[in-house]
Design a protein around this ligand. Sequence first.
Ligand code: PMP
Ligand code: GLU
Length: 402
Amino acid sequence: MSLSTARPLSELVANMSESATIKMAQLSRDLKGKGFDVISLTLGEPDFDTPDHIKEAAKQALDDGYTKYTPVPGLVELREAISRKFKRDNGLDYGSDQIVVSNGAKQTIANVCLSLLDKGDEVILFAPYWVSYSAIVKMAGAVPVPVPAGVGQDFKVTAEQVKAAITERTKLVIFSSPCNPSGSVYSLKRLEEIAAVLAPHKNIFIISDEIYEYINFTGKHVSIGTVASVKDRVITVNGFAKGFAMTGWRLGYMGAPQFLAKACAKLQGQFTSGANAFGQKAAAYALDADMAPTRKMRDEFLRRRDIVIGLLSEIRGFKVNKPEGAFYIFPDISYYFGKSDGTAAIRNSSDFCEYLLENAHVGTVGGDAFGSPDCLRISYAASEKQLREAVKRIKTAVEKLK
Ligand code: PMP
Ligand code: GLU
């Protein structure tokens, strides 16, 4: 038997972990398919529809013949709109030749990692981090170096922690603010402190993932790319999925140093040829159009956040903070480790999450996938009725754990 028959899958795929968010969403769907009344608080996906005016723009684009390949880094019109948006909303100067549009921010991050990283390079991840960062870093042959921040420090790493994690192999730092999964928002002061630590290390790049920019309850979004000492090494990632409720459109983008934008376009030219044409046309329109639906969505998320925090804090053993953005709550549930209902033993957050799915029929995602094994991610992108019912069921289920 040839080696290729004995082990048909590549090492790359065989060693890759499945996305925990997508896996838990599927497990919830499967259980629902069997007839159970499952409430899935798994996926980070707004439960709102794309605003009508953006859909209309896509329909118009189809009628206008936007049905062909576009330039690999994106329609010029869209890149110009993104360049204006970066300036207007974030105070960032990225020319359209520094912008690449991809099939979702996920691909944007993969493009950057595959363009920058070599085997053995180290990538600092502020933990909790979004699941796919570590998988993508490993895919590039590099080594994720999580820097942990628990509920006690509001899930925000300090500049001292970042400093302690830097080695001569460090090539990249990745974080999101507002953060998935914690909802934490980094202040300008904290970002300046972190930038001051990174400034002398001219070989370290920073991915600032700002996809939750518009779901920010502090009233002000700040980008580390505005900090002069590091701005030439910041890749600002954003996308349409969250702020415009366009997850299924698969559109993300970045502003980056020009050499990196060129490299990512080269890579993308061999991988996907770029994002879909009519979606890009509608996205260009969305950036300069009415933002009222986005603001309405943000206000509704804020309202739900307060409801869910109120309800969760009544559950024994749930340590909850007050996230300032995104649509997740990330309670520390380590109190339950070592407990059992007589049948299922809870050893870690995956067990806890499985227990909730089986016993409360509520889908969540274990914090271990996000580099925070003491926590549990709850997405509150669901109706108030579902959220109230879900927390009620969680409370009943955990009361059985002794
Ligand atoms: N970054 C973060 C922090 C996310 O939560 C997500 C997914 N929701 C992405 C990137 C990827 O977004 P997209 O759907 O545009 O690929
Ligand atoms: N990013 C979203 C989440 O964290 C969607 C799923 C995914 O892309 O992993 O749930």
